[in-house]
Design a protein around this ligand. Structure first.
Ligand SMILES: NC(=O)c1ccc[n+]([C@@H]2O[C@H](COP(=O)([O-])OP(=O)(O)OC[C@H]3O[C@@H](n4cnc5c(N)ncnc54)[C@H](O)[C@@H]3O)[C@@H](O)[C@H]2O)c1
Length: 314
């Protein structure tokens, strides 16, 4: 298969991620079919796609005619048989290994022999998910970040059996739809983005727990310091620009002092036990009562769109 042969994309799971991924491909002119276990989830997905379109229109990043064609390009059906003529099938269903394995076993029965199979798992093993497939060479991890219609990164993760030609074609496809793909050569938990994100999260919690700084100051230090750099230069470019000798000396005394705890810290456990889960429960580190939850999401997306426009020229 080559890039020109890819015309139809199948998406399983009409939730947050599946709906966003459907919107991306449909907007770029691909035929998209979306499936889920119940009609009502498909109806909800239509609403989600409309919300994504609306936010892009408000930011001047999408035209009215594009909205029309995007909606027209997506078909919905609860029957997996709609995947029978898809060139790529992307799975964004519940994050449970046994359900994903059984899902793919069923899909293999109806899919074209050369269709590419991709899972959007957040961190389960790609090799394990593909365990019940006959043809493991066509199976790959394709990890979009939330919200998928805004965040450019897509991680492509090789399973033990993934063929290189699958990676090469998806690299081309993702660039064509204005995404930024990276290749994760080994099937490891957290891939690249979440390994780095959670190394930062662990140390951020450590700093708060030890009373070194307030949680507000940790967030401010990150946003106005390292985080200010990261949309422009990654951590390794930062080291090159700072001087690798300096980074070597700092690593020599600092690594030893950083948190290396092997399970979630007490501070996080306490919040979990109090059901203070962040925006979704209107209280986490910060307070999200009285509409502050919606404000936080709106502000985040508005700022993300600014980055898209000013840094990525989209
Ligand atoms: N939400 C995130 O931030 C995020 C980011 C990256 C990756 N992911 C991953 O993407 C996947 C989906 O996450 P989400 O947040 O969109 O979840 P979600 O709960 O919003 O949606 C999942 C959908 O899958 C459907 N589903 C469950 N079993 C199914 C089956 N057998 N066949 C068809 N549909 C089925 C559910 O009914 C639901 O509508 C998960 O693997 C998750 O780990 C999530």
């Amino acid at each position: 298969m080559n890039l020109e042969n890819i015309k139809k994309i199948g998406i399983a799971g009409a939730g947050t991620m599946g709906s966003g991924i459907a919107q991306i491909f449909a907007r770029k002119g691909y035929e998209v079919v979306v499936t889920d276990v119940k009609e009502e989830f498909l109806e909800n997905s239509k609403k989600l796609v409309s919300i994504f379109n609306k936010s892009l229109i408000e930011e001047g990043l999408m035209g009215e005619s594009e909205v029309e064609s995007t909606i027209k390009n997506i078909k919905y059906n609860v029957d997996k048989k709609i995947f029978s003529d898809c060139d790529i099938i992307i799975e964004a269903i519940i994050e449970k290994i046994d359900i994903k394995q059984d899902f793919w076993k069923e899909v293999e029965k109806v899919a074209k022999p050369d269709a590419i199979f991709a899972t959007n798992t957040s961190g389960l093993s790609i090799t394990e998910i593909s365990k019940k497939l006959e043809n493991k060479g066509r199976f790959i991890g394709m990890h979009f970040w939330n919200p998928p219609h805004i965040i450019p990164l897509v991680e492509l993760i090789k399973g033990d059996g993934t063929k290189d030609e699958i990676i090469n074609i998806l690299l081309k496809l993702l660039k064509k739809i204005d995404k930024e793909p990276v290749v994760v050569q080994k099937d490891i938990p957290g891939f690249i983005g979440n390994r780095i994100q959670f190394a930062v999260f662990r140390e951020a919690l450590n700093i708060v727990e030890k009373g070194i700084a307030t949680f507000e100051d940790v967030d401010r230090a990150m946003k106005y310091g390292p985080g200010f750099r990261y949309p422009i230069i990654g951590p390794l470019e930062t080291a090159d620009l700072g001087g690798l000798d300096t980074f070597y000396y700092i690593s020599s005394y600092l690594f030893n002092d950083l948190s290396d705890v092997k399970e979630p810290q007490e501070i996080l456990k306490k919040l979990m036990n109090n059901k203070e889960l962040g925006v979704k429960s209107k209280k986490g580190f910060y307070d999200y009562s009285y509409g502050k939850d919606e404000e936080a999401i709106k502000r985040r997306d508005k700022m993300f769109f600014k980055i898209l426009k000013h840094i990525y020229n989209l």
